[in-house]
Design a protein around this ligand. Structure first.
Ligand code: FMN
Length: 219
């Protein structure tokens, strides 16, 4: 199939509408979700996005780049890249993916997301400077670095898992736990504070689905 034919499919899916099976409309639109995680939050978020897009009828491939290499992205019309954040940094594997496919991604629809444990605290504090700093540092700087033009990007919540902390972070994390408690962020299970907002993730997924319907423009 030529790329131009594939474009035709994504832009003209309305003509292909099958009233018997609403979800089959987008079945030929391929979406790649590439992600890397340190503590697992990004896996769950990426899987939720994949589930939502699959439900909408898209053909979704999801790849954990710590486990599997991506060799080619030619067949995908939308590439979603996600990473966990640690000390303001993406995982090196997700960053490597951006570097490796930077030129190709410039010609594609791209969407980015990160899992940020600090997001819930920033929102609790309600400091707009902190909230916009996270977006700037974790997303906008990455977009500028690789000269991407994403249709959308989002900072999602993350997971503070006190069973998985690196040894060098223990002292800071002990203090952080008090800050989480003071911010009324509750343990979701013993030693774990999962701050992901699933409705937020689903809402973004629905917006992405709609944007493909509109030829790649997000409102
Ligand atoms: C040592 C350490 C440093 C962290 N630094 C940051 C940070 O700079 N900004 C942030 O938003 N979250 C930070 N976090 C929280 C992570 O973003 C959170 O654990 C998230 O779930 C990471 O994504 P992952 O679970 O997919 O690896 C940090 C967590 C740890 C353990």
């Amino acid at each position: 199939m030529r790329i131009s034919d594939k474009k035709q499919i994504s832009y003209s899916h309305k003509q292909m509408k099958d009233p018997e099976n609403e979800s089959s409309n987008y079945s030929k639109v391929n979406i790649l979700i590439v992600y890397a995680t340190r503590y697992g939050a990004t896996t769950g978020t990426a899987e939720e996005i994949a589930k939502g897009l699959t439900k909408e009828g898209f053909h979704v491939k999801i790849v954990d780049v710590k486990r599997e290499k991506v060799r080619n992205i030619a067949e995908y019309e939308l590439v979603i890249v996600g990473s966990g954040i640690q000390i303001d940094r993406w995982t090196k594997e997700a960053e490597r993916f951006l570097k490796k496919f930077g030129q190709k991604l410039k010609q594609k629809k791209v969407a980015l997301f990160v899992s940020s444990g600090a997001q819930a605290l920033d929102e609790y504090e309600g400091d707009p400077e902190k909230i916009s700093r996270a977006r700037r540092k974790y997303l906008e700087e990455k977009v500028a670095k690789y000269e991407l033009h994403p249709i959308s990007m989002r900072v999602f919540g993350g997971v503070w898992d006190f069973h998985k902390m690196p040894w060098w972070s223990k002292k800071a994390m002990t203090e952080l736990r008090l800050t989480l408690e003071a911010a009324n962020i509750k343990e979701t299970r013993s030693g774990v504070y999962d701050t992901r907002n699933w409705e937020d993730i689903r809402e973004w997924t629905r917006e992405l689905a709609k944007s493909i319907e509109n030829g790649g423009e997000m409102k």
